[in-house]
Design a protein. Structure first.
Length: 275
C-alpha cells in the first residue's frame, strides 16, 4: 500500500511513515538507543529500577548500578527468542549477574516477574488487530494516505505522487510530459475493494448515520470518505483529526486528504472539544 515508503513526490525531505510490527516495537539487532520507539528503553528501565531491585531486596543482595544495568540489558535481549524459552534463560542471567541460584529463582517465580515486563516488547495478534485499523504503532503522512485512498478508489493500483504534470518551454514546446508511475498493486479481490468503498460511502451518508453524514447532507457530489482520530500520547495536546475522501463515487477522479494537527477528533463530527 506504500504507507511505509516515499511517494516520490517532487518535493525535498519527504518523510516516511511506519506500520507496527516486531521490528518497530523492538528490534533485537539494534541498540537500545537505536529503536524506533522509546518502549524498549522504558522496559529496560523498568526492569533495572523496579523489578531487579525488588528481587535483590528479597535475596538481600546489594547490586551496584552497572550490574543492574548489564542484567537488564541482557534480559531485554531475550525478546529476540521464543517466549516459551525465556524461563531457563532468565534464571541463567540472574545467576550469572546477581548470583541467585536457578533453583531459588525458579521457586520464587522470578522468571514470571521478568517475563511480564518483557511481554511488552513481544509482538502479538492483538497488536496486529489494532494496527490493522490504524491504532497503536502507526504513523503515516497525508500524502501517503492520499496515495492509499487513491488505490482503494481506482481498483488497487498504487501510484507514485507527482505535482509536476509537464515541463513547457517558452515557445510552448513540451519538454517533458510526466507519466503515471506505478509503485505496486494491491493483492486483494475486487469484492473487498468494493465493500471498502461501500463502507466509505456510508460514512458520508446522512441516511446511514455516517460520522460525516451531516456535513455532506445535500452535497452536490456523491463520494466516499472516512473520518479518523489519531491519538496523541501527550496529555496536554488534543488528538489529531483526519478526513479522507474520493469522488465521484461511481467514477473516482480525485482523492482528498485533510489532516488537522491536534484538531480534537475526526473531522465533520459535531462534538465540541474538551476545552
Amino acid at each position: 500500500m506504500g504507507l511505509t515508503s516515499k511517494t516520490n513526490i517532487e518535493l525535498p525531505n519527504e518523510a516516511v511513515g511506519q506500520i507496527g510490527g516486531q521490528e518497530v516495537l523492538y528490534d533485537p539487532s539494534k541498540g537500545i538507543q537505536e529503536q524506533k520507539t522509546s518502549l524498549p528503553y522504558l522496559v529496560q528501565l523498568q526492569i533495572k529500577n523496579d523489578v531487579l531491585p525488588t528481587i535483590c531486596s528479597q535475596q538481600d543482595i546489594k547490586a551496584d548500578e552497572q550490574t543492574l544495568e548489564n542484567c537488564a540489558a541482557r534480559l531485554v535481549k531475550l525478546t529476540a527468542s521464543d517466549s516459551g524459552t525465556w524461563g531457563p534463560k532468565i534464571r541463567q542471567i540472574l545467576r550469572e549477574e546477581l548470583g541467585i541460584s536457578e533453583t531459588i529463582a525458579n521457586a520464587k517465580g522470578y522468571h514470571r516477574l521478568i517475563s511480564s515486563a518483557l511481554y511488552q516488547l513481544n509482538w502479538n495478534p492483538t497488536l496486529t488487530a489494532t494496527t490493522g485499523f490504524g491504532q497503536g504503532y502507526v504513523t503515516i503522512t497525508p500524502i501517503a494516505a492520499a496515495r492509499y485512498i487513491s488505490a482503494l478508489a481506482n481498483g488497487g493500483t498504487v501510484y507514485d505522487a507527482h505535482i509536476v504534470d509537464r515541463i513547457i518551454a517558452p515557445d510552448g514546446t513540451v519538454v517533458k510530459q510526466m507519466e503515471p508511475t506505478v509503485y505496486d498493486t494491491l493483492d486483494a479481490p475486487k469484492l473487498y475493494l468494493d465493500k471498502l468503498k461501500e463502507g466509505m460511502h456510508g460514512v458520508v451518508s446522512a441516511e446511514d448515520g455516517g460520522t460525516a453524514g451531516s456535513a455532506f447532507r445535500d452535497f452536490p457530489y456523491e463520494l466516499g470518505g472516512k473520518t479518523g482520530t489519531a491519538q496523541v500520547s501527550d496529555i496536554d495536546l488534543e488528538d489529531n483529526s483526519w478526513f479522507v475522501c474520493f469522488a465521484p463515487y461511481d467514477d473516482p477522479q480525485i482523492a482528498v486528504v485533510i489532516f488537522v494537527p491536534h484538531g480534537y477528533q475526526g473531522l465533520c463530527r459535531r462534538t465540541p472539544p474538551r476545552r
